[in-house]
Write a protein that binds this ligand. Structure first.
Ligand SMILES: [Zn+2]
Length: 490
């Protein structure tokens, strides 16, 4: 049975009276210039009435949840003004790291608002990993929450109210937020809310006439948003996306979100040094960046379509693992400096294996009669490991995971080795659980139990707890397999 959670996030497109305890953000790109671009984003923060400080530490993220890298977004930010309650200007001083200190005359006249600008053009030019950058293109603005939203230290857990406006000289531009998806995207200003800063930073915003949103028949609601600078056919993409989404919701047995959005951005590269192709998962959405020539069209081969579908499934699986079920380091997230994480092999290896296993339940066997999951394990994990250098294969898996925590995609040998070793561990556990129980239980049951455990305990699991949770769910001990894969490969 599918149990659909609907009350996790309150979203509204109806303008409501401001909540005194919420942090309010108003964002709007500057006027579109003669070149069709709006490359400066203006952000206005209003602090909660009950928590306005005499000194506010403004922090711009330098790390992305699951980005496994450092990106100094503060270099593209210019704090332009701040006010105290009396209306007098507050004093702004650049601090160390990604911080600004904003001071009023004293506690009797606290800081109530901070304004800043983000240079989207400089961000896209300087962040060479295309998937890590917001962008302004002709008739299109795409904003990744963590690259444009700052927070005041101590207010990360406050509810957020967000008002988004199109450029002042393009009031009829469609505006889309993953916090409150609608198809087609409504024109003009949009207001919505997020539970806290994490959920704001985890969201994405699209604006302009050059993207298309459609709703796909699924439970919960599924949205497909596509921006393509070359040919792209969303009639080819939609059924593949729907199949992946349905398979994952069925696999985990329930959906922990009220709606989900897949955003595809098929781009002409900014320079030969820029790279594209890394996708990013979020609480209730995933963003896929790729070169314009890679967009699915009616001419796509079966192999290309299968690869598209698996990639979508892979990133949807992360909505459960690790977005709602993780080892230490994922929550609460450390925005200023990328955390060192011990369990990327589980987040990536088990997450990707879950995607393969979920699709295996609904897809026919491969040409040689093997289940889809076995063919995928061969292609994606076992064969990948053959090409990886011995020093990475020989590292204890926790050490490798810590290393990959900051260079996962920058030196993708670390990412590939860590996810392949985790994927092989998941596969071997699944084989053992299936054979020990005569097919009555499988790794899926262990993962469902881990998700339920995380929702109940509201904390990160330790590595040592995993076999106990898996055994309680399946009756099968998997500790020997885990210990063998945690050790360096011989
Ligand atoms: Zn992944």
């Amino acid at each position: 049975m599918l149990i659909i959670a609907t009350a996790l996030l309150s979203v509204s497109t109806v303008a409501a009276a401001p909540t005194p305890s919420a942090v309010r953000y108003a964002v709007a790109p500057a006027a579109v210039g003669p070149n069709g671009l709006s490359s400066t984003l203006r952000v206005s923060m209003t602090l909660p009435q009950d928590a306005a400080p005499a000194r506010a530490e403004l922090i711009v993220p330098r790390a992305i949840p699951m980005g496994y890298s450092q990106v100094a977004y503060d270099q593209f930010v210019n704090v332009t003004g701040a006010r105290a309650r009396s209306g007098s200007p507050a004093v702004i001083a650049r601090g160390e790291g990604p911080r600004w200190s904003v001071r009023s005359a004293g506690a009797a006249d606290p800081v109530v608002s901070i304004d800043y600008e983000v240079d989207l053009g400089a961000m896209e030019a300087n962040v060479l990993a295309g998937g890590d950058s917001s962008r302004a293109r002709d008739g299109f603005v795409s904003l990744l929450g963590y690259s444009v939203f700052a927070y005041v230290e101590g207010l990360e857990d406050r509810a957020v109210e967000l008002a988004i406006a199109p450029p002042p000289n393009r009031p009829d531009w469609p505006v889309f937020s993953t916090l409150a998806p609608k198809a087609p995207a409504p024109t003009g200003p949009l207001t919505t809310s997020a539970r806290d800063f994490y959920n704001l930073a985890d969201s994405q915003i699209l604006m302009g006439p050059r993207f298309k949103v459609r709703r796909i028949e699924a439970v919960p609601d599924l949205f497909l948003a596509v921006h393509a600078e070359g040919p792209a056919d969303d009639d080819v993409m939609a059924p593949l996306a729907q199949q992946a989404f349905d398979a994952l919701v069925r696999y985990f047995g329930e959906a922990p979100f009220a709606h989900y959005t897949l955003l595809f951005d098929y781009l002409e590269p900014v320079s030969p040094r820029h790279t594209y192709g890394f996708s990013m998962e979020h609480m209730e959405s995933a963003t896929f960046g790729a070169l314009a020539a890679e967009a699915p069209t009616a001419k796509s081969t079966d192999r290309q379509r299968a690869s598209f579908r698996y990639n979508v499934a892979h990133h949807i699986a992360h909505a459960w693992i690790p977005k709602r079920c993780a080892g230490e380091g994922y929550f609460p997230f450390r925005w200023e400096l990328a955390p060192l994480i011990d369990t990327i092999w589980l987040s990536e290896g088990f997450g990707q294996y879950a995607a393969a296993d979920a699709l295996s339940d609904v897809l026919p066997a491969s040409g040689d009669g093997r289940p889809y999951r076995e063919a995928l394990v061969e292609a994606r994990f076992r064969n990948t490991l053959k090409d990886m250098p011995d020093f990475l294969k020989g590292m204890p898996l926790v050490s490798l995971s810590r290393t990959a925590s900051t260079v996962y995609s920058e030196d993708f040998r670390t990412g590939r080795t860590v996810f392949s070793r985790g994927g092989m561990m998941a596969f071997e556990m699944d084989e053992k659980i299936r054979s020990s129980t005569g097919g009555k239980a499988r790794l899926r049951d262990a993962l469902r139990a881990l998700v339920a455990w995380s929702a109940r305990e509201k904390r990160a699991f330790s590595i040592d707890e995993l076999p106990t949770i898996f055994r309680a769910a399946t009756g099968v001990d998997t500790r020997d397999i885990m210990d063998r894969w945690l050790a360096g490969m011989k």
